[in-house]
Design a protein around this ligand. Structure first.
Ligand code: ATP
Length: 614
């Protein structure tokens, strides 16, 4: 390069200024012909910085070593070479680690590079780098044929990534035989490269031509090659935007958080376009939905993991649930039932005591009178709720009969009676001699109670031996207004009456251990202590059978509750060892009091609406 040349490339100039300040001896400033690549300059600056004992130098070192910055600098060097026509690449192999022969070919082809396009590419890459946190390094090189009039240009692109998948799906055009990019996962390696777009045609992958092969062959090749760290694609770029479309990108990144109301295992889903990029999740997981462009398959990531995957859209999942519910044949139900999520195989063998019951519970949801068929839960939009001093979220325990909800509540209330309080129930039963009104129960007359039930003031109620028992919403409100934590158990079928913006309850499911022997072991001492005295061996055996049957039923009931109402549970505690369960309960309740928790976004919207009305 001529010394008198008016405008040297800005990045090179700034680098050499920097280097002189840090006393790096470079020959770049003295002679134009010995202009050195930026990457070499950076290495020299790093050597010099590492000799300094200043924390800022450390930070600068880290910045300069970022893979994306280095990738950008490689491209800048290429551009500089084109513009200034100087030999700046002394050693091509050094520029690209792991350079294969095909990569060298790409570099050779850079001779014919369209500089304007390279600059566009730089814009794209830098814009993406600014917008996204990148968990893995993605380096991209691009070679494109000169664009002829109205003809889409062919490109060879290269993505250097970790062992993550490339993050794309393809579809086949049966008419033309083209293999077309159908979907690019937000945040995936291909997305971060910014070099491919939905609609591009893929001609080759790592030098293997794809056209003319069977679908299965193409899928196998793509799956195998896309897991490699360096992947080179020959594509025909269709419908390209002239420059990076930042609005489209920000649209794609507009995410929203949902709580999953079903379990999902992509490898068991026969309909997913590509199981390896599916996102597995459990009921209750919080998902970040990043892209809803496809009506059937959304793109989402989990809260803790950054990688994006495919999940069935709300519409698709709702349709499947409805379809599966109406399947008549038992065999088909068993085949597709996993798509519903949560319908687990039984954890123990059927026996003569409950074989009939099993079938009903597991497969005849339509027969279950408690099940609300109108409610199809797939994803529930959620928001964070920060603890407030004027509203402690009530804690509701739900579980199969006999699992231990009452015992846990009484232990918690004994631990701190001022902080944890159980609301008193109402009853129409007559007051017994030793009982006191407002201490044992609120004793009320039947007309009043029926009227209150009609007006929806009882959050749960039942009739036992001709008498009503129930929990009035005012009794819960009184405890909440007093600033205490209201804790009570309730039948799951009434959850919707209390699962409201007014109370914002935190629902804990108390589950028995699903190991039947363990359940019998933990509960048996209690049972035999309290069971009637047994005289003969026969009646003892009968009593044991009856007890085992009850434990069976508890597990069944628990499964059923999880299937039907699991999406409403905030957490699940397994009541195995009583002391451990109690400690877990205490930790959970304290966590709800002190830390942010997830609530349905609808509760916040409802509250805002009612504030507006005021
Ligand atoms: N972890 C445990 N280990 C041993 N026994 C337990 C455990 N949890 C509960 N129990 C016992 O199980 C019995 C039933 O408990 P509890 O009455 O609390 O159940 P519940 O869920 O309230 O049932 P229900 O709704 O039918 O009243 C009690 O005798 C209790 O002592």
């Amino acid at each position: 390069m001529d010394d008198n040349q008016s405008s040297p490339p800005p990045l090179l100039l700034s680098s050499s200024k920097q280097s002189s300040k840090l006393s790096v001896s470079t020959s770049s400033s003295s002679s134009s012909s010995s202009l050195i690549p930026i990457n070499t300059l950076i290495e020299q600056i790093l050597v010099s910085l590492r000799q300094e004992w200043i924390s800022e130098c450390d930070q600068l070192c880290q910045l300069l070593q970022r893979p994306h910055l280095l990738a950008l600098m490689q491209v800048v060097d290429c551009v500089a070479r084109q513009i200034f026509d100087v030999e700046i690449f002394a050693n091509l192999e050094m520029i690209l680690d792991n350079t294969s022969k095909s990569n060298l070919k790409i570099i050779e082809n850079l001779e014919n590079y369209d500089t304007a396009k390279l600059e566009t590419f730089l814009d794209i890459t830098s814009a993406k780098t600014m917008k996204l946190k990148m968990p893995t390094a993605t380096t991209t090189l691009v070679y494109s044929t000169p664009r002829k009039k109205r003809r889409p240009c062919q490109k060879i692109i290269q993505v250097i990534k970790s062992d993550e998948p490339l993050g794309v799906t393809v579809r086949f055009d049966e008419r033309t035989g083209d293999i077309i990019l159908a979907r690019i996962l937000v945040g995936g390696a291909a997305y971060r490269s910014g070099l491919v777009q939905v609609g591009d045609h893929i001609l080759e992958v790592n030098g293997i031509p794809l056209r003319g092969r069977s679908h299965l062959d193409v899928i196998n090749i793509l799956q195998r090659e896309s897991m490699k760290t360096i992947i080179t694609l020959k594509i025909v770029a269709m419908n390209r935007q002239p420059s990076f479309d930042s609005t489209a990108n920000s649209q794609a990144l507009k995410s929203y958080l949902v709580k999953a109301c079903f379990d999902y295992k992509p490898e068991q889903d026969p309909q997913i376009p590509c199981p390896s990029i599916g996102l597995a999740f459990d009921k209750g997981s919080i998902l970040n939905v990043l892209n809803k462009d496809d009506a059937n398959w959304w793109q989402a990531s989990k809260q803790i993991e950054l990688s994006t995957g495919l999940i069935p859209s709300k519409r698709l999942q709702e349709r499947r649930i409805v379809a599966i519910r109406d399947i008549k044949s038992q065999l088909d139900r068993e085949r597709y039932i996993h798509i519903l999520g949560g319908l687990l195989p039984l954890p123990f063998r059927k026996n003569k005591w409950c074989a009939q019951k099993i079938k009903k519970i597991m497969y005849d949801l339509s027969d279950c009178i408690r099940y609300d068929r109108e409610e199809i839960s797939t994803y529930e939009p959620v928001a964070r709720y920060f603890p407030r001093s004027d509203h402690c979220r009530p804690i509701v325990l739900v579980g199969p009969s006999g699992v231990g909800c009452s015992l846990l509540i009484s232990l918690l209330c004994q631990q701190n009676p001022n902080r944890y309080r159980e609301p008193l129930a109402h009853t129409t039963r007559y007051k017994r001699f030793q009982e006191n009104d407002s201490i044992d129960y609120y004793f009320v007359n039947e007309d009043w109670m029926e009227h209150e039930i009609q007006t929806g003031n009882f959050v749960c109620y039942s009739k036992y031996r001709g008498n009503y028992y129930g929990l009035h919403r005012d009794t819960i409100k009184q405890i909440v207004d007093a600033g205490a934590v209201c804790i009570f158990k309730m039948d799951a079928q009434f959850l919707r009456l209390v699962h409201t913006a007014e109370f914002k309850p935190y629902i804990i499911f108390i589950q028995p251990p699903y190991d039947l022997d363990r359940l019998i072991e933990t509960r048996s001492r209690n049972y035999y202590d309290h069971s009637d005295s047994v005289s003969s061996q026969y009646s003892q055996r009968k009593s044991k059978q009856r007890f085992a049957y009850e434990m069976h039923l508890m597990i069944y009931e628990s499964h059923k509750l999880q299937i039907l109402y699991g999406h409403k549970f905030d957490t699940t505690l397994i009541n195995d060892d009583l002391k451990e369960t109690f400690n877990l309960l205490l930790d959970t309740v304290r966590m709800v009091e002190m830390k942010p928790t997830w609530i349905p976004i609808a509760w916040i919207q409802q509250q805002n609406k009612s504030l507006c009305r005021i």
